[in-house]
Ligand binder design. Structure first.
Ligand SMILES: [Zn+2]
Length: 222
């Protein structure tokens, strides 16, 4: 067995076969163990449900599932480096240094991502209007940045390129005490917010609102 879970929950990779050593940074600390992935999904869901409710009333459309889909996006920098360097031999240079975790946690990256990802969402099978794609992917990205800002201090230069200052609120001391994959307090608050969002929307819209999250079954909704 080459994956060993330590008490802290960090997975060490030892004695990797050569084929897997190619992906060493990923094996050493998989994305879901090294970031707040579960919490980001919960908090983005708690935001997406009411935003979708408002969007449906204003525009008749509810593509708020995009917010949840994009909750992972800023942490993709952890995957981009090993994929580009180990597989293609290409180093990605950002602001004068090789790409590292946190480099995509900026306002500039948010804008570039939402502009590009809206093009993807414009295509089949999503067929999302370009403006909707930009707006909802931007909200999903921003919710991720806000979550990191609440937990870490200092966190990342969120307002780059306007400012290079690393900012953060650090309202909780983040500890992966839930099976090494999440902070139990952050997790519980996220679950409560999700439950509240579900209850409120069900009370207002009835049970049928969940069909907006089955985008693969209802493309005409977009
Ligand atoms: Zn992050």
């Amino acid at each position: 067995m080459w994956l060993i879970a330590t008490r802290s929950g960090v997975v060490m990779s030892r004695f990797l076969p050569p084929s897997l050593a190619l992906f060493y940074p990923l094996c050493r600390q998989p994305l879901f163990l090294s970031t707040m992935l579960i919490e980001h999904i919960l908090y983005s869901t708690a935001v997406a449900i009411p935003v979708g409710m408002i969007s449906l009333r204003l525009t008749g459309r509810d593509p708020s599932w995009i917010i949840i889909l994009c909750a992972w996006a800023p942490d993709i920098d952890q995957v981009l480096y090993p994929l580009s360097y180990r597989l293609l031999g290409v180093s990605m240079i950002v602001n004068g240094h090789t790409l590292r975790h946190g480099d995509l946690h900026t306002l500039g990256a948010l804008l570039v991502f939402s502009v590009l990802f809206a093009l993807v969402l414009r295509m089949y099978p999503f067929s999302i209007r370009y403006g909707d794609g930009m707006l909802f992917s931007g909200i999903g990205y921003a919710v991720h940045l806000l979550g990191d800002a609440l937990v870490y201090n200092p966190a990342y230069p969120f307002f780059w390129p306007l400012s290079e200052s690393r900012l953060g609120l650090g309202v909780v001391f983040y500890v992966r005490d839930f099976f090494g994959i999440a902070d139990s307090r952050v997790l519980v608050v996220g679950l409560l917010l999700c439950a509240l969002a579900v209850l409120v929307r069900t009370a207002v819209d009835g049970r049928g609102w969940t069909r907006h999250y089955m985008f693969w079954r209802k493309p005409e909704n977009t």
